[in-house]
Ligand binder design. Structure first.
Ligand SMILES: Cc1cc2nc3c(=O)[nH]c(=O)nc-3n(C[C@H](O)[C@H](O)[C@H](O)COP(=O)(O)OP(=O)(O)OC[C@H]3O[C@@H](n4cnc5c(N)ncnc54)[C@H](O)[C@@H]3O)c2cc1C
Length: 667
């Protein structure tokens, strides 16, 4: 297998993880006290891992660029977290979660990792409940569940529309306990700008203190990258404004392979773009698809009248509405996976049925759910012969209890009452399935450099199912990495502290400083955002929801030219030794400008459609993604060789022994 050895343990699927845990080397508690670990990122993946590693006895240094771990992008997660608890008695099991995830990812993920994820999912809920995470409960006090796309069971645990926030508070509290014990040293407002490899092993990082501007050296026996996803390569996305690829990309440039960069998730239910002034898009959680029905007018003239402001959607009778997901996918209906729902919405809008001024919006309608819940509530409340107004009022109360904060958010942004008028939604960039290639132990191709959470590529294949990013981040952090990293560190018990006073640190620090100075010295005329917006437009138009060879080739040329222009003409006010947000942004955009090109190259190389990667040349007569298992059943892992055009492709063949490779159907 050479350098792409996935290190998947042998044996039956269901026994692999237990067997692995039983066989890997451990570090004894006294030796753990002599071992240092750097954790870059304190979102859900990094915070959970840092807290657990420190609890085990390791010395952990955490880094984040925000002023508190509590501000990580993870806090934005709304809808929920999956776990195969089968609390609903609806036939769920770890195998079913595993199967749904493999199928959801369009058979482009590694079986063993996904099975482990499904197994560990049940432990996450217990762990978080023990921390005091206030998951929603049913009337009887048991934890409640709802459904997310691509599954036929209810396995999503949630805390209203603020699941990420509550989970992060739990993980952060666990971190704080260790900060208090002196086992975690937390570096906030610090940005990792490079990894230091000593004798072939990751032994530290170079970070910039974002307040003083000081460039610092930090050493450790292992480095973990938990720096989140890179959806902001598209400029407009649902990600936090600061989300970026820098940590992962700099590690890539030092030898870590970057896997499946073109696998991006476009989420179907976001508030549509309203104009060029925007710098951020807002998600309307997938949980809304439990109750909301997605539709457009069945008649093009009605759609046009709506766009012109001459017709209200509430005036369109049932028979003139096209509930296109229910029509095309009767088995899964509005809960098809995100890639399928996004493409279907685009198809309707491209055909002229879009409903907002730009023609790029479809409706998400709660009227039927309000009536259904209202009637039920009237019945259970003993109200005889309720009138329409009572039913509507009761139904709206039920909807408010379930999704109130999301409805409020929508109303504040769009200035329309979604209880009375259907929401308008359109797909937007949301999550990146690609990331640092890792083996079963979550180790990258640089020994001693690990990666967890959205920053790695590990579990979601070509499309991630909803509510499974939190599951992956927390499974990695609480239950996987703390064991697997020990296997690696068991060789380091006699190493002693790693000095930062070495040639390797000198060299990397000098390079980091030179890169920053190069940016500052450009003294051009264009602000950083000028380039970021241009890159985003190329990405969205040519590498977005659908792709073709011609446009991908154009994108590669255009991004390369834009990158050249950036280094000539970018203008960064201020200096190095001070708070300088433009300099921070410039570094991140510089990396996006390289990643963007590799992204397009990866999409061009993958001559098939799978999950979120839709190549127009490869589709079924019904417009569904057409995989090519014979030629593309692999993870594309790219090795850095200088310019993105020179990146070298390595392939990890995906072996399916426990699921049958089938055409993915949600009909
Ligand atoms: C609006 C929204 C809603 C979502 N809802 C859900 C949901 O309901 N369920 C679900 O499963 N998933 C959801 N997701 C996806 C999920 O939130 C993310 O995938 C997940 O939170 C990522 O966690 P993470 O820990 O990997 O990264 P992040 O939370 O992004 O954390 C990254 C960390 O890395 C740090 N960092 C980054 N670069 C550097 C650097 N160079 N130096 C130092 N520190 C660095 C940051 O400071 C931060 O601490 C949602 C995503 C969005 C955008």
């Amino acid at each position: 297998m050479g350098i792409l050895d996935s290190k998947v343990p042998s044996g039956p699927l269901a026994d692999k993880w237990t067997k692995h845990k039983n066989e890997i080397d451990l570090v004894n508690p006294a030796n753990k006290r002599n071992i240092d670990i750097i954790m870059v990122g304190t979102g859900l993946a990094g915070a959970s891992a840092a807290a657990t590693l420190a609890e085990l006895g390791y010395n952990v240094k955490t880094f984040c660029y925000q002023d508190s771990p509590r501000r990580a992008h993870s806090i934005a997660a709304q809808g929920g977290i999956n776990a195969a608890k089968n609390y609903q008695g609806d036939g769920d099991s770890p195998y079913r979660l595993f199967y749904d995830t493999i199928k959801g990812g369009d058979y482009r993920s590694r079986e063993a990792n996904v099975y482990r994820l499904a197994e560990e999912s049940v432990n996450i809920i217990d762990q978080c409940v023990a921390q005091g995470v206030p998951f929603a409960r049913e009337y009887g006090g048991l934890l409640d569940n709802r459904s997310f796309g691509g599954v036929l069971v209810s396995r999503t645990f949630y805390a209203k529309g603020q699941t990420g926030q509550q989970l992060l508070l739990g993980a952060y509290a666990a971190m704080n306990r260790q900060i208090n014990r002196g086992k975690i040293k937390s570096y906030t407002r610090h940005e990792m700008l490079d990894v230091v490899v000593v004798d072939g092993k990751a032994r530290g990082i170079i970070a910039r203190d974002l307040i003083t501007g000081e460039i610092e050296r930090h050493s450790a026996h292992a480095v973990v990258i938990a720096s989140g996803g890179y959806g902001n390569v598209f400029y407009l996305s649902t990600n936090a404004m600061g989300s970026n690829v820098t940590a992962a990309w700099r590690v890539h440039k030092r030898g870590a392979f970057f896997a499946n960069p073109c696998f991006t998730q476009i989420h179907p239910t976001c508030i549509p773009v309203s104009g060029d002034h925007q710098s951020k898009l807002t998600l309307m959680s997938e949980s809304l698809r439990n109750d909301g029905r997605i539709w457009v007018p069945a008649k093009a003239e009605d759609a046009q009248a709506i766009r012109e402001g001459k017709l209200r959607p509430t005036k369109i009778p049932e028979e003139d509405r096209d509930y296109f997901l229910e029509r095309r996918y009767p088995a899964f209906g509005n809960l098809v996976p995100r890639d399928v729902a996004s493409r279907a919405a685009k198809e309707r809008c491209d055909a002229g049925f879009g409903v907002n001024k730009t023609g790029e919006a479809v409706y998400l309608d709660f009227a039927a759910a309000i009536q259904r819940y209202g009637s039920e509530k009237a019945l259970t409340s003993g109200i005889k012969d309720p009138d329409q107004a009572t039913i509507t009022k009761l139904g709206e109360e039920v909807i408010a209890a379930k999704y109130g904060n999301l409805f409020q958010m929508y109303e504040k942004i769009v200035d329309e009452n979604p209880y009375k008028t259907p929401m308008m939604i359109y797909p937007a960039v949301h999550y990146t399935m690609g990331g640092l290639w890792v083996d079963y132990n979550l180790q990258t191709t640089i020994p001693g450099c690990f990666s967890t959470g959205e920053a790695n590529f590990s579990d979601h294949g070509a499309n991630r199912l909803g509510a499974s990013a939190l599951m992956q981040g927390l499974a990695d952090g609480y239950f996987v990495l703390p064991y697997t990293i020990g296997n690696y560190l068991s060789d380091d018990i006699r190493t002693g502290p790693i000095s930062t006073d070495s040639e390797a640190f000198d060299k990397v620090e000098a390079e980091v400083r030179a890169n920053l100075e190069k940016l500052l010295n450009a003294k051009g005329k264009n602000p950083v955002d000028y380039y970021h917006k241009k890159l985003g437009k190329i990405m969205w138009n040519k590498c977005g929801m659908s792709r073709n060879a011609r446009e991908l080739k154009e994108a590669i040329e255009e991004i390369s030219a834009l990158r050249e222009d950036f280094y000539q003409n970018v203008r960064i006010p201020g200096g190095l030794d001070e708070v300088n947000p433009e300099l921070e942004k410039a570094g991140r955009v510089a990396d996006f400008l390289e990643l963007g090109e590799l992204f397009a190259k990866d999409a061009l190389e993958r001559n098939e459609s799978c999950g979120g990667h839709f190549r127009e040349e490869y589709q079924t007569p019904e417009g569904e993604a057409l995989r090519d298992d014979k030629n593309f059943r692999y993870v594309a892992a790219w090795e850095y060789k200088g310019a993105p055009k020179d990146a070298k492709l390595h392939k990890e063949d995906l072996v399916f022994e426990n699921v049958e490779l089938k055409t993915r159907s949600y009909k």
